[in-house]
Design a protein around this ligand. Structure first.
Ligand code: ADP
Length: 722
């Protein structure tokens, strides 16, 4: 019956069922069936606790407390009333709150005789009574209050309550309250010495008491009436009433005893009941705790899930963000790589364009220069013609510009690789000095060369690039100096392994360079405007110098003061190798200008070039045959023999490489010198594979052409031609 029922959704008792149980318990109590009242209210309590219904819990406690009260177990009654009151206070039901307070007031005032506490409970009960606007409930409490005050002889305070019950007696008074009401009036008027009035009230109370069931009230009425009669001096009647009081009380005590005796069986079990109620409460507490715990677990779970969801959400967002960024990056990368490709293509196109244009320019320029020279040679009277010299100057200027642009272009494309050649540094510098002596004279400058004797005679390095650096710097010095000195200093500063670090200083005492221009002049096409000096430059010289020095892993520095002069300084590490040097020294230069008549075949499609080359060849006493295509060359070689072939590379239909290849196929070993506007590096591989023996870059120095021709013919004769 009292099994440990756990809370499961479907088995939960309904409010209705519990209310029925509570009512049942109240019925048992009114029938004085205490045991059943206990069992039923305890069951109601257990079920009310399981569904956590404060009102029904309070009501069950009230029934338990009332049962104890009926069994004179006031302590326990107070205990359960108070417990119930806690639950009742949680509800909005003022009726039950009123009942709890009223009952507690009863016990405190009339059983425990603690009037202060009791009165407080009554007053609280009254507050709730007024709230529920149920004057019948209020009526009883007001009556109780009046009685409590009168009992303690506090008639003034009790009067207002008496007035209230007198006012409402016809409406709310019934047989159960009328005895007490009349008795209280009797007491009041007795106190006020209105004996007649008092007497009639007491007599009415006794009359009603005898008619009804309110035997306790009847007994008290006799007692109080006896006291009034005593006061009135009517001792006989007073005695008679006291006898009646005692008799009724004795009867009632008897029946109470009987009741107690009846309840004894119950009493024995009272503690057991209490213990069981405690167990119910304990279980409920445990359930509550576990409910709390599971609530905490659920809350924690929810929080963790929330955090987890947030985490997943942020991961998801992050992932999406990354994905988006990644795809953006991929797109950007693609765009970049296409842009890069485009830029590369553009740059390739640009350099191709520059290289094609410059090559194309070099060929006609070569013609212009050649023809100018021819004109000067043939018509000595024109030597002083300003037009001709201006033509020659312009052609040279154009050629140098074209060469400079080509070179810068090549450096920027990283197409220049330094060569390692053995050379004599002193010779090289002096050669430069000599070749520039003409410009030096023009400006009345003198060039002084100062070479450290510690520098070995022969060094290994790219002498061509080195010369170019030096030529640029010295010719600048010459251009910007008048009546001055230009010093070329070479100084050995250190030797590391075989590397000889030589510091070069090109010093002039010319116009100088302003400080603010000293950085700029190394940029491409930068020239500093100089009104006083009329010179032609491309603005590329120093940028070529700077870039060439970078190839040598070197940098250039400059010191200059306006009006005082300029010094450019740089250091180059040249290799020094005795074995190479010795072999070079042993390779004696042979002068082959024997005046012997050699036969030269010139293969060139350009009429002007044909003319220029022919003139040069014939001027040096060689016999020259000219053909204008590769095919004609092959044809003529069928019948005629030549000592050397000068082969133009750029020819339509069959270029110089192809022609040479075919010549070699025929088994003709005649040395072939390629004449081209291309740079040596660009074509040397193909030239070698085609069977070309040497390459001359247009425009070439006549002496170089003669020297090359002679060397090759000499090698053929020696049998050393490779
Ligand atoms: P350019 O081919 O026009 O000479 P450069 O790049 O060689 O171009 O020189 C750039 C500028 O630097 C020149 O225009 C000139 O003003 C200045 N410059 C170069 N060398 C000297 C020097 N030794 N003295 C004075 N000015 C110089």
């Amino acid at each position: 019956m009292f099994g440990n029922k756990t809370i499961t959704g479907s088995n939960l008792p309904t409010r209705k069922k519990i209310t029925v149980l509570a009512k049942e318990a109240e019925c048992y109590l009114s029938e004085a069936n205490y045991e059943k009242s206990f069992i039923t209210s305890r069951l109601a309590l257990q079920q009310a606790l399981t569904i956590n219904d404060d009102y029904l819990i309070a009501r069950s406690y009230k029934n338990i407390a009332s049962t104890y009260e009926d069994l004179f177990e006031y302590e326990k009654a107070v205990f359960y009333y108070k417990k119930g009151l806690v639950y009742a206070d949680k509800t909005r039901n003022d009726t039950i709150k009123h009942a709890f307070n009223n009952n507690l007031g009863n016990i405190y005032c009339f059983e425990k005789k603690q009037f202060d506490k009791g009165l407080n409970y009554y007053k609280k009960s009254l507050e709730y009574g007024y709230k529920i606007a149920d004057t019948s409930q209020v009526f009883i409490t007001e009556l109780n209050l009046a009685w409590a005050y009168f009992y303690t002889k506090n008639f003034e305070k009790g009067k207002s309550y008496l007035d209230f019950i007198n006012t409402y007696k016809s409406k709310y008074g019934d047989k159960t309250t009328m005895v007490a009401l009349n008795m209280l009036n009797g007491m009041y008027y007795g106190e006020k010495a209105e004996y007649k009035k008092a007497k009639s009230f007491f007599l009415e109370a006794i009359k009603l008491g005898n008619e009804g069931d309110q035997k306790w009230d009847l007994s008290y009425s006799h007692e109080e009436y006896a006291m009034l009669l005593m006061k009135m001096g009517n001792y006989k009647e007073a005695y008679e009433n006291l006898v009646l009081f005692n008799k009724i009380k004795a009867d009632l005590d008897n029946s109470d005893r009987q009741k107690k005796a009846n309840a004894a069986g119950v009493n024995l079990e009272l503690d057991e009941y209490k213990r069981k109620v405690d167990v119910i409460e304990h279980e409920n507490e445990l359930q509550y705790k576990s409910l709390q715990q599971s609530r905490i677990i659920v809350i924690l779970f929810l929080i963790i899930s929330g955090v987890f969801l947030l985490l997943i959400y942020s991961l998801y967002k992050n992932y999406n963000f990354k994905k988006k960024k990644n795809s953006e990056l991929i797109v950007a990368n693609e765009q970049l790589s296409t842009a890069k490709e485009k830029a590369e293509v553009a740059s390739q196109l640009k350099s191709q364009f520059v290289s094609t244009i410059t090559h194309e320019l070099r060929t006609p320029l070569y013609g212009v220069l050649g023809i100018t020279n021819m004109l000067l040679d043939e018509h000595k009277e024109l030597a002083n013609s300003p037009h001709l010299s201006s033509l020659k100057f312009s052609a040279r200027y154009l050629l140098s510009l074209v060469n400079d642009v080509l070179q810068i272009n090549k450096i920027e494309e990283n197409r220049i690789v330094l060569e390692n050649l053995t050379f004599n540094i002193a010779d090289e510098i002096n050669m430069i000095k000599n070749s520039l002596s003409f410009i030096a004279k023009n400006h009345s400058n003198s060039i002084n060369v100062n070479i450290d004797p510690k520098i070995p005679e022969y060094l290994i390095g790219d002498k061509l690039r080195f010369s170019q650096i030096l030529i640029n710097l010295v010719s600048n010095a010459l251009k910007f100096t008048k009546n001055g000195d230009i010093n070329i200093n070479a100084h050995l500063i250190k030797i590391e392994n075989r590397l000889h670090y030589i510091e070069f200083k090109i010093q002039d005492n010319g116009v100088g360079i302003a400080e603010e221009d000293q950085e700029k002049i190394f940029e491409k096409f930068v020239q500093i405007g100089r009104k006083e000096i009329d010179y032609q430059g491309t603005g590329l010289g120093l940028s070529i110098v700077k870039r060439l020095l970078e190839l040598f892993n070197s940098t250039i520095s400059l010191e200059s003061k306006i009006g005082e002069g300029t010094t450019f300084t740089f250091t180059i590490a040249f290799d020094y190798d005795t074995i190479k040097t010795t072999s070079l020294i042993n390779n004696i230069q042979v002068d082959l200008t024997t005046g012997q008549m050699f036969k030269v075949l010139v293969v060139d499609d350009n009429a002007i070039n044909q003319l220029v080359t022919k003139k040069i060849i014939e001027k040096h006493n060689y016999k020259c045959t000219v053909v204008d295509s590769g095919l004609s060359a092959l044809e003529i070689l069928e019948t005629a023999q030549f000592d050397v072939i000068l082969m133009d590379i750029n020819m339509p239909l069959m270029n110089g490489f192809e022609t040479t290849r075919r010549i070699r196929k025929k088994g003709i070993d005649t040395p072939v010198i390629a004449l081209t506007a291309y740079d040596k590096e660009e074509i040397s591989e193909e030239a070698i594979s085609a069977g070309i023996n040497d390459i001359l870059i247009k425009p070439f120095a006549v002496s170089l052409l003669v020297k090359t021709i002679n060397q090759l013919i000499y090698k053929v004769k020696e049998g050393t031609l490779v």
